[in-house]
Design a protein around this ligand. Structure first.
Ligand code: UD1
Length: 344
C-alpha cells in the first residue's frame, strides 16, 4: 500500500516507517518537526526510499496534496506528555483536536478511507479495579491531601476499602484526567464520526507506556524511562515518585510499531480499538531498578513526590490484538531495558 504517516519523524513514527518499508509499503511522511520535539538544529533526514513533506497536520491545502494517491493513513502526529499545567490546554487542543479534525476533513475530500490512529491507555484514566465487596469499580481521582500524606492508593468509591488491580479491556469507559488524555478521547470520537459519515475504517491503537531507542528525553514531555536514563547517565539516582508502587505496562517501541502496521494492513471495516501493552505490568520502582542494574548505576531514590494528573495504576488487557490480529510482543522487559541503556 501507499501509506501516509503523520508524525513519521517522531519516536514511534520512525520505527513505524522502518517497519512499513521492511514490509514493502511505499511511505510518505508528513511532519512539521515541532521545535519542542526536534529542537532548532539541522533539518531531519528522512530515511531513503521515503517521501518527506514538512507540513503541519492543520494545513488543509498541504494535506490535500499529501493525500494524493494514498491508500491508508497512520496518524501519529501529536503533542504528547500529560500537560505540564493548565496553560498547556490550548496547545493540546490545537495540535491534537484540530489536527485530527483537519486530517479527517482532508481524508473525506481525498476519498482516503483507512485510518490507524495513535491513541493511548490514558483514555481510561484510573481504569477499573476490584473491590472485595463491590466488584469492578472506577477509582475516584486521588485527592491532593491524600497524596501529600503519602496515601497513594485510590480506595473503593463506595466503601473506601483497598482495591485489587484489574487489566482493563477496550470497553472500559473513558475517563480522561489530563489535557493529553482529553485530546486523545476527542480524537477517537472525531474519527468515529468521520468513519460513520464516509464509510471509513479506523483502528484506534491505545498504546501503553512506550519505551525504546530514540525515545524523547530532556523535555517536560519525556516519559519516565527516558527521565531515569538521563539521570543515570549523569551519575544520579533515578527519582521515583510516590512510593514507586504505581503499575504500568512498559512496551517496546518495535512491538508498538508492529501492532500499528498490522492494524493498518488488516483493519478495513468500521471502528476497532486495540489496547497495546506487553501484558506484563511492572511497577515504576521495578523499572527504575532494572535500568540502574543495566547501567550499573546508583540505587533509585523513592521521593514521595507526586503529580496531580498522574493515575496510580493503569494496565491493559491486550488480548484482542493478539486474538484478532495475531500480534505478539517480541521484546522482553529486561532485554528491552538493557537495549535502552545502551541506546544513543
Ligand atoms: C505515559 C505517556 C503518555 C501515554 C501513557 C500511556 C509520557 C510523558 N506519558 O503516561 O503519553 O499516553 O503513558 O499509558 O510519555 N514518574 C517518576 N519519576 C519521574 C517521572 C515520572 O516516578 O521523574 C512516575 C509518574 O509519577 C508515573 C509514572 O512514572 O507514576 C509514569 O509517568 P510517565 O512516564 O509520565 O507516564 P504516564 O503518565 O504513565
Amino acid at each position: 500500500m501507499h501509506i501516509l504517516v503523520t508524525g513519521g519523524a517522531g519516536f514511534i513514527g520512525q520505527h513505524v516507517v522502518r517497519g512499513l518499508l521492511d514490509r514493502g509499503h511505499e511511505v510518505r511522511i508528513l511532519d512539521n518537526l515541532r521545535p519542542d520535539v526536534h529542537g532548532s538544529g539541522p533539518l531531519w533526514n528522512a530515511p531513503s526510499g521515503t517521501e518527506f513533506w514538512r507540513t503541519d497536520v492543520r494545513d488543509g491545502d498541504g494535506l490535500d496534496r499529501a493525500l494524493r494517491r494514498i491508500d491508508a493513513v497512520i496518524h501519529l502526529a501529536a503533542k504528547v506528555g500529560l500537560g505540564v499545567d493548565v496553560s498547556d490546554l490550548p496547545d493540546y487542543a490545537a495540535s491534537n483536536d484540530v489536527g485530527m479534525a483537519e486530517l479527517l476533513a482532508a481524508m473525506a475530500r481525498s476519498g482516503v478511507k483507512r485510518l490507524t490512529l495513535a491513541s493511548s491507555m490514558v483514555v481510561y484514566g484510573e481504569g477499573e479495579a476490584l473491590c472485595p465487596q463491590h466488584g469492578a469499580v472506577v477509582p475516584a481521582p486521588r485527592l491532593e491531601a491524600s497524596l501529600a500524606s503519602g496515601d497513594y492508593e485510590p480506595p473503593c468509591p463506595h466503601c473506601g476499602r483497598p482495591l485489587q488491580p484489574k487489566l482493563v479491556g477496550e470497553d472500559t469507559p473513558f475517563d480522561p484526567r489530563n489535557a493529553y488524555a482529553t485530546s486523545k478521547v476527542a480524537q477517537e470520537f472525531y474519527a468515529r464520526n468521520w468513519a460513520r459519515a464516509v464509510g471509513g475504517s479506523v483502528a484506534a491503537m491505545r498504546y501503553h507506556n512506550v519505551y525504546g531507542p530514540g525515545m524523547p528525553k530532556d523535555t517536560p514531555y519525556a516519559g519516565v524511562a527516558a527521565i531515569f536514563l538521563s539521570a543515570l547517565r549523569r551519575g544520579e539516582a533515578p527519582s521515583v515518585f510516590e512510593d514507586g508502587g504505581q503499575r504500568r505496562d512498559f512496551v517496546h517501541v518495535r512491538d508498538i510499531a508492529a501492532a500499528t502496521i498490522l492494524a493498518c494492513e488488516a483493519h478495513a471495516m468500521g471502528l476497532a480499538a486495540f489496547n497495546v501493552g506487553s501484558g506484563t505490568p511492572r511497577t515504576v520502582g521495578d523499572m527504575a531498578a532494572a535500568l540502574s542494574r543495566a547501567l550499573d548505576g546508583p540505587t533509585p531514590i523513592v521521593t514521595g513526590r507526586y503529580r496531580l494528573g498522574d493515575v496510580r495504576h493503569i494496565t491493559a488487557d491486550s488480548s484482542r490484538l493478539r486474538r484478532e490480529l495475531g500480534w505478539n510482543p517480541a521484546v522482553g522487559f529486561e532485554d528491552g531495558m538493557a537495549e535502552l541503556s545502551r541506546a544513543a
